[in-house]
Write a protein that binds this ligand. Structure first.
Ligand code: ZN
Length: 257
């Protein structure tokens, strides 16, 4: 089942067995998808989809695919390299990524994003499985020049619009068979399978939960496969995750408003 958040109010909607999108009357963080109460069907008109979650924090992991670590000239780390990305960087589907004037090299990183259903603290991987609300598509947009120049990733990862999320959360994911594909202007640039991760989804959640308490609605980005590259004004960015759908975003140069 897919969980959407509809604008401008931000209510939840989900697909029924026939695939029709209906208003969700249940709290997706409090009840399991099988028990969800669905209301009226949403019409065929254009729906303003919002980012499917408003995270309290976004945890990223660097170099979780061997080939990506190598393409950036980095050694494969002995432990996951965690970083934080500001929640203010989140935008929903179809919202543009805006290239900030402080960077001359902004790059895409298509990723599988995990959304937490409830709190997780010093958890074992098996416990982490039950804390997952679902998976969605993310682009961990990165100002690569600033990432190389700065002692921390904070600035390079956190500009406004640097975390497109959506279009929906797959709330019944197959955690052993997830693939992420990134396309720029329709051309495939990245393809990664969760089997290729150095630390799998449950191990990552378990590891992160030892360093900081993960809360309901928090998002964990699971790293990007090889093939990262620059975004320029006018690009059409797509990130597709198995059983989720395609997150589509435009890219805009900086215009003073
Ligand atoms: Zn990343």
């Amino acid at each position: 089942m897919l969980l959407y958040r509809i604008g401008p109010e931000g209510f939840y909607a989900s697909t029924d067995e026939e695939g029709a999108l209906r208003v969700l009357h249940s709290d997706p963080f409090e009840s399991r998808p099988g028990g969800w109460e669905l209301g009226r069907e949403l019409g065929d008109g254009p729906l303003g989809l919002l980012a499917p979650v408003v995270p309290g924090k976004i945890v990223g992991v660097g170099r979780n695919y061997r080939a990506h670590a190598e393409e950036l000239g980095n050694p494969v780390p002995e432990e996951p390299v965690l970083f934080l990305k500001s929640p203010s960087s989140v935008v929903g589907p179809k919202s543009p990524v805006v290239l900030p004037p402080e960077s001359e090299r902004v790059e895409f990183e298509g990723e599988i994003a995990v959304v937490l259903r409830h709190r997780l603290q010093r958890a074992e991987p098996a416990e982490a499985r039950h804390a997952i609300l679902g998976l969605t598509c993310a682009c961990d947009v990165t100002a690569r020049d600033l990432q190389r120049r700065d002692p921390t990733f904070a600035r390079a990862k956190s500009f406004d619009t640097f975390c497109p999320l959506g279009p929906a959360i797959q709330v019944e994911p197959d955690l052993d068979e997830v693939e992420v594909v990134t396309r720029i202007n329709g051309e495939e640039r990245q393809r990664g399978h969760c089997r290729e991760m150095l630390w799998g989804i449950l191990d990552l959640l378990s590891y992160a939960s030892r360093m900081m308490t993960l809360e309901a609605g928090d998002v964990v980005l699971t790293g990007t496969p090889a093939g990262v590259g620059p975004l320029v004004d006018g690009d059409a960015l797509e990130v597709e995750v198995s059983d989720v759908g395609v997150l589509e975003c435009g890219v805009e140069g900086w215009r003073r408003s």
